[in-house]
Design a protein around this ligand. Structure first.
Ligand code: CTP
Length: 398
């Protein structure tokens, strides 16, 4: 925690008094702390208390009569933003980008990991609106510090208590520890579909969005890796500044880029949905609608994974993907063996919410030693963290 720059956001909950302990513990652990408060928070704890404990002025307005507080600068300054306690109201504002105070402005400007520790009464917490908003924040890659169960300010007993400051500090410490697990490692990732041109206008493609591979790239970079993302045509892109993206269109271009970057990589994660075939000939001009049928001769594309599997040294790892509709486990195992993967990530199109297009995925990880890990349906960001955990564990044995 030493030297880490942490913004603590405090909102208007009775649990705001715990923010004083949180700030004190963070400062004691060596962190540099700045505090932001919503106007409502000031009714529960005085800015002077938090300014004294953090040793810095506390901000609660984007601008005052004499100054404009640069929320972009603050967002970029932080290594982590933790909102504790987080009320239902600010949770909703964060989930929907309603930027009417400095805390939400900094949240929207921040590129660092964001942690949130909700605090509210049992029925507010259980309400569908609240739970939908929590889900939205998680889908954006933010980290929930779970609520506790106990007696609440209303006198009711149930879920909704803010996590204890000690637990919040422990969560942040664990995060910073894992943030370095891939430091100095080079990770190459293929992602997205490929487009195989028929003529200057048409192509053969597939439904891959690239989101899973992009989430993997952001996660690996967040853990300190230098990431090269070889990305087929996608509407999305990585957010982490530690990711270098190489945009490609076709399987051939992806193959060339992968062959160039693989020798310098410690890990290759092959999440791209590479077209197995491409049209043998590409017309130079747009094809006209003349004949009743239009046969297109297809030829095989290079198998990037199989080629990298052949080139792999004992110091490199390859992670493959399998999207299957039937005989999932035997098919995935056969792919892992054939392409010399160290492990394979299986998703089944039979699982609702898994695979292409969705923001969620449900995976199993199959290892060479027959170990199989089954995971719940999660956001692709959370799935990426599970996959990168496995990569980091295998790499630590090298
Ligand atoms: N792969 C690749 N290059 C290809 C085809 C696949 O790198 N030309 C990679 C994918 O990125 C994935 C793995 O190989 O990690 C398995 O892809 P999949 O399409 O399921 O495998 P195929 O060998 O094409 O098998 P299938 O006959 O089921 O399409």
């Amino acid at each position: 925690m030493k030297g880490k720059k942490i913004i603590v956001g405090v909102t208007g909950s009775i649990a705001a008094y715990k923010a004083a302990t949180l700030v004190r513990l963070l400062v004691k652990a060596g962190a540099e702390v700045r505090v932001l408060m919503t106007p409502a928070a000031q009714q529960f704890i005085s800015p002077l208390t938090l300014a004294t404990l953090s040793k810095h002025p506390v901000h609660s307005e984007i601008s005052s009569e004499s100054a404009w507080n640069n929320h972009v600068e603050m967002g970029l300054w932080a290594d982590a933003l933790v909102v504790a306690p987080l009320t239902a109201s600010t949770l909703a504002k964060m989930a929907h980008g309603i930027c009417d105070n400095i805390l939400v402005a900094v949240y929207l400007s921040a590129r660092c990991p964001v942690f949130f520790a909700p605090a509210m009464d049992v029925d507010m917490w259980a309400h569908r609106s609240t739970q939908d908003n929590v889900k939205r924040l998680l889908d954006c890659g933010n980290h929930l510090i779970p609520v506790g169960v106990g007696e609440l300010a209303s006198g009711l007993i149930g879920e909704g208590r803010m996590a204890e400051p000690e637990d919040i500090v422990a969560t942040l410490a664990a995060h910073f520890q894992s943030a370095d697990t891939l430091k100095g490692r080079k990770v190459m990732i293929t992602a997205g579909p490929t487009y195989e041109p028929i003529d200057p206008v048409r192509f053969i493609g597939n439904r891959s969005s690239g989101k899973m591979g992009i989430a993997l790239a952001d996660e690996a970079a967040a853990r300190g890796a230098e990431v090269t993302l070889i990305l087929g045509p996608s509407f999305y892109g990585p957010q982490h500044p530690g990711v270098t993206t190489i945009a490609v269109q076709t399987a051939d271009e992806m193959y060339e880029a992968a062959l160039m970057h693989f020798p310098g990589s410690d890990v290759a994660i092959l999440s791209a949905a590479v077209a197995d075939y491409r049209p043998q000939d590409t017309a130079n001009q747009k094809l006209k609608k003349i004949a009743d049928t239009l046969p297109i001769q297809l030829v095989k594309n290079p198998d990037i994974a199989a080629e990298l599997g052949r080139l792999k040294t004992t110091k490199q790892l390859i992670v493959g993907f399998a999207l299957e509709t039937n005989d999932e486990i035997p098919n995935a195992k056969a792919k892992m063996e054939k392409k010399n993967f160290d492990f394979i990530v299986l998703n089944s199109l039979n699982d609702p919410g898994a695979g292409f297009v969705h923001d969620t995925n449900k995976i199993s990880i199959l290892h060479r030693n027959n170990k199989i890990l089954h995971f719940e349906l999660k956001s692709k960001t959370a799935v990426a963290a599970d996959i990168i955990d496995e990569v980091a564990t295998l790499l630590s044995d090298f």
